[in-house]
Structure formats: C-alpha cells, structure tokens
Design a protein around this ligand. Structure first.
Ligand code: 13P
Length: 261
C-alpha cells in the first residue's frame, strides 16, 4: 500500500512568464545549468517563453534540469493559427506544461472547460506532465468561498480524465491574490488548501491513483526567505516560482531549502 508521505521528491518549477526574450532566456538557462550542476535533491524545471524552448532544450542537455512550456492547444494539428500542440512541445524537448495559469484566465479569458481539453490532450501524449493551476481570487477568499472554488476548479478541470500508469499530474495551488505581491500566504493556509485539494482528488480519482499520480505544489511570491516556512508541510510536493526564478541564485536557494530533508 502506497502512502502519500512516501512521495518525497520535490518539484521546483520556474515560470519565467513573458519576462525574458530569446537572448536573455539563453543566458539565464546557462546560469541555471551552472548553478544546478550536481543538484540531485529534487526535480527542477524551467518554463521559458515558447520562442526559446528549443534553444533552452539544447542548453539544458546533460543537466538534470527539465524543460516546460507555459501553454498548449488541445488539437493535434491543423488550421489553428498561433497555436502549438502537445506533440510539438514534446518535439521541442518539453517534459512539463503549465496549464490554466491565472494570468491566462484573467488576460485571455481562459476557462476550465478549455483547460480540461488541454489536460486531456497533454495526458494523451503520455510524455508530458501538466501543471494545472488553480486558486481563488481575493474576492472569493474574502467571501469565504475558497474551498468551494478549489473543488469546483478541480472538478471542471479533471472530471473524466483517465490517468494511467506513471502519468503524473501536478496541481499548482496559486492563490491569485498572492501572485507577484512579494507576500506569500501563510504556510498553514497553504497546507489547509492542499489538504482540500488532496481530498477532492481522492473523490475524483480514488486514493490509490491520487497517491501515485498526483502532486500538489504551491505558487505565489515564494522567495529564499519565506520558503523556509513551507519546508515541512505534510501535503507540499514543491513550488512554482515566478519572480524569484528570474535570478539563478535566488531560485537555487529556494530549491535547496525546499528539498532539505
Ligand atoms: P510569483 O512567484 O512572481 O508570485 O509568481 C507566481 C506564479 O504565478 C508562478 O506561476
């Protein structure tokens, strides 16, 4: 019988958002490669702009750092101007893809029906791990609807998705009100939300699949100082880092801290 607490591997994922162009991405990826040489305490991934995926893949060769994308489209191929398929991401060297980030939900009006289709397409490749973002807004938090919102988002995103074999699905709990503010939520609050997520996943997939295939990570203003509070949480499988991942040194400190046994 597998137990949740046996999942010791931590995931530390850098979301570089639309902050860096090609040349800057290449240079930061090289710094990451140097900084993380020999680091084997957890799974580290970087998610650069799609423009830089192939060059970043080249740079990361021979390092333990994995590559991720920030979005995908749900169809395989065809007349979908401007879109990129899951297979294309695999071909570019991706192992991860962030789906449904709140910035896409806000600025591009992405909804969970679309996110569901994207998860399905990603899982079908059997070669990519989706990092599915969920999280409440400030209004939802203030009106005490957080738990409902999280469960509802998970249901919409994941109901009816078949999860087989070794397929991993990472749920990133990103409270919208904590992103980019410089202040992360209290670790105890993150632990509480992760517990809600874990229970909802038990309902959707059963405990066995949940324990084996799902991971829950936190994102929102994590930095080398506040990361310490997140280290020993029971339901914490890692971090999705925005701002602090734009400095190799900061990100390395975060990765080192969260993987401390
Ligand atoms: P910050 O770490 O900049 O708050 O961003 C978090 C995030 O949105 C990661 O996806």
């Amino acid at each position: 019988m597998e137990h949740y607490f046996m999942k010791t591997k931590k995931y530390i994922i850098a979301n570089w958002k639309m902050n860096l162009g090609l040349a800057q991405t290449v240079s930061l990826a090289k710094e990451f490669k140097k900084k993380f040489a020999g680091f084997n305490r957890g799974e580290v991934a970087v998610c650069p702009t799609v423009l830089a995926l192939t060059e970043t893949a080249e740079i990361l060769k021979g390092s333990g750092i994995k590559l991720g994308a920030q979005n995908v489209f749900w169809e395989d191929k065809g007349a979908y101007t401007g879109e990129i398929s899951a297979d294309m991401l695999v071909e570019a060297g991706c192992r991860y893809v962030i789906l449904g980030h709140s910035e896409r939900r806000k600025h591009l009006f992405e909804n969970y029906e679309e996110i569901h289709k994207k998860i399905r397409a990603v899982v079908e490749t059997e070669k990519l791990t989706p990092v599915v973002c969920i999280g409440e807004s400030l209004e939802e938090k203030k009106s005490d609807r957080r738990d409902f919102v999280l469960v509802d988002q998970l249901q919409q995103a994941l109901s009816g998705i078949d999860v087989f074999g070794e397929q991993e699905i990472i749920i990133a709990y990103e409270p919208i009100w904590a992103i980019g503010t410089g202040t992360a939520i209290e670790p105890a609050e993150a632990e509480y939300a992760h517990k809600i997520i874990k229970l909802a996943l038990n309902d959707l997939f059963g405990m066995r699949v949940n324990n084996k295939n799902f991971r829950i990570i936190y994102g929102g203003s994590i930095n080398p100082k506040n990361v310490k509070g997140f280290v020993n949480l029971e339901n914490m499988d890692g971090l999705l880092v925005g701002g602090a991942s734009l400095q190799a040194d900061e990100f390395y400190k975060i990765a080192k801290a969260i993987t401390k046994q």
